[in-house]
Design a protein around this ligand. Structure first.
Ligand SMILES: C[S@@+](CC[C@H](N)C(=O)[O-])C[C@H]1O[C@@H](n2cnc3c(N)ncnc32)[C@H](O)[C@@H]1O
Length: 457
């Protein structure tokens, strides 16, 4: 599919893959890359910001656009600031924080205008993050090796699956989170374990997932390896001070921390967190917003947008461990939650009990297939909250929402470019987009979260 910003060009105009170019970046694209133009042909430049003149290498060439990676900044933008840390997970740190916020605000507005042709709604100013660094409660590190063959643990270099940037101090993680990573990496080095090599299929270590209960101080670590053996007792001894340590064994070459077989090595297989005066249990398999402090703001906003009066039947679709539904429960008559991952639903049920909430019911199921059944069992909702993954809702799911006919829909989105077509379909069916507000959950990155309120006309 052609990129929406791109223009077509002849083969001769287009730079070849691997070509090095000098480019001047004039704007920021959704997703975070800089945009440069070669006689109208668009080149998305990763690692560059508006005003930069860079030397860049072309990684991908399509009919209507190319993608390139900045190798050197020849003339820096007047806006560019010195990076705090060499961190592949913080590509926007060279932009002042105020500019990051402006860019996110205008990208949300632009997505709604360009994709959904919507502009007559109240766009509220982005909620800035309370912490610009060390805000993540979950980090997924990858293992690799340096030139001398020494084991490394960090993040993939931009555009490189075979190169790991090692970090002594990951500035997106807390100090205890960093210490937990180092503790397990030290053990791996003592055991002389090697990183898994996708080319040869040799080596064991793939990823290290560190999760943290920011308010409880609990640290849950999961070591992901290819199939093979580890010294369990020795690994359990290395888990000292951690809340829990899990070991996942995965087949196949794809880089993923999902699936496989997981075994508890030491401590607990889940952690606890506190949010808005409630306590939540989070299993290793369950989703939890990665910025705890801003999740509290996001959920507060979702509840404000829901405008509950106390008498509503509310649905919480894509409910995860039940966070939004349980925060809503004291303000409505009943809550019905639906979520794909069964472990997350067990957490949601346990979380309702732990917080003495008896008007919330949770079910495991695919929203696409189970929403009609839920409506049959629970009755039509007055209020419906959706918080889907980045891909947003399929047209079919939006049709199911329209059939369910809630008066208000609160849409929590981590991708304005999928929120926009979903909102357009709902508007077409008789809803009105009333309010929209971005929330900055991910400083130093181009990721955008937002909350929207749609109301039946
Ligand atoms: C962005 S998370 C939101 C979770 C929750 N609302 C929260 O704030 O913690 C999206 C959730 O949707 C779930 N999910 C993904 N596809 C689904 C589907 N087809 N049906 C139901 N749930 C799904 C994921 O497992 C995940 O828990």
């Amino acid at each position: 599919m052609a990129h929406p910003m791109a223009a077509t060009s002849t083969n001769a105009d287009r730079p070849a893959r691997g070509a090095e170019l000098e480019l001047t970046v004039d704007s920021l694209a959704y997703g975070g890359a800089g945009v440069a133009r070669l006689d109208g042909y668009v080149v998305f430049v990763h690692g560059a910001i508006p005003g930069d003149r860079v030397r860049a290498v072309v990684d991908k060439r399509k009919r209507s656009y190319a993608e390139a990676r900045a190798l050197e900044v020849l003339e820096p933008s007047a806006e560019r600031i010195a990076p705090l840390a060499a961190h592949p997970g913080a590509p926007w740190q060279v932009l002042p924080y105020e500019r990051q916020l402006e860019a996110k605000q205008s990208q949300v507005q632009e997505a709604l205008r360009r994709i959904a042709r919507l502009d007559s709604y109240e766009l509220e100013p982005i909620v800035p993050a309370s912490e610009q660094w060390r805000y993540r409660n979950k980090l997924e590190y990858s293992f690799g090796a340096d030139r001398e063959g020494r084991l490394t643990c960090g993040f993939h270099a931009p555009g490189r699956w075979d190169q790991i940037v090692e970090l002594d101090d990951c500035m997106l993680a807390s100090t205890p989170g960093n210490a937990a990573r180092e503790q397990i990496v030290r053990w791996c080095r003592e055991q002389r374990l090697a990183a898994y090599d996708r080319r040869t299929g040799e080596g064991l270590l793939r990823n290290l997932v560190v999760r943290e209960g920011r308010r409880t101080g609990q640290l849950l670590v999961r070591l992901v390896t290819s199939t093979g053996q580890l010294e369990r007792a020795s690994l359990a001894a290395a888990a000292e001070g951690l809340h829990g340590l899990l070991w996942t064994r995965l087949d196949g070459v794809a880089e993923s921390t999902q699936g496989g077989e997981t075994e508890l090595i030491a401590g607990a297989d889940r952690l606890d967190e506190e949010l808005a005066g409630m306590r939540f249990r989070i299993s290793a398999e369950a989703f939890f917003q990665t910025n705890t402090e801003m999740a509290e703001r996001l959920y507060g906003l979702a509840i404000e947008y829901a405008e509950p009066h106390g008498s509503e039947r509310a649905y919480d679709l894509y409910c995860g461990i039940g966070t939004i539904g349980l925060l809503l429960a004291p303000r409505v008559a009943e809550v019905w939650g639906l979520e794909l991952v069964p472990e997350a639903i067990s957490d949601a049920i346990a979380n309702a009990r732990a917080n003495e909430i008896d008007n919330a019911h949770f079910f495991a199921g695919d929203v696409r297939l189970a929403l009609r059944e839920l409506t049959g069992r629970a009755g039509r909702p007055d209020l419906l909250v959706v918080d889907p993954p980045r891909a947003g809702l399929s047209q079919k799911v939006v049709r199911r929402l329209i059939e369910a006919a809630p008066r208000r829909i609160v849409y929590v989105s981590c991708n304005p470019t999928t929120l926009a077509p979903n909102a357009a379909q709902l508007v077409e069916a008789g809803y009105r987009l009333r309010r929209l507000r971005p929330v900055d959950m991910f400083p130093q990155t181009p990721h955008i979260e937002c909350v929207a309120l749609l109301e039946r006309r």
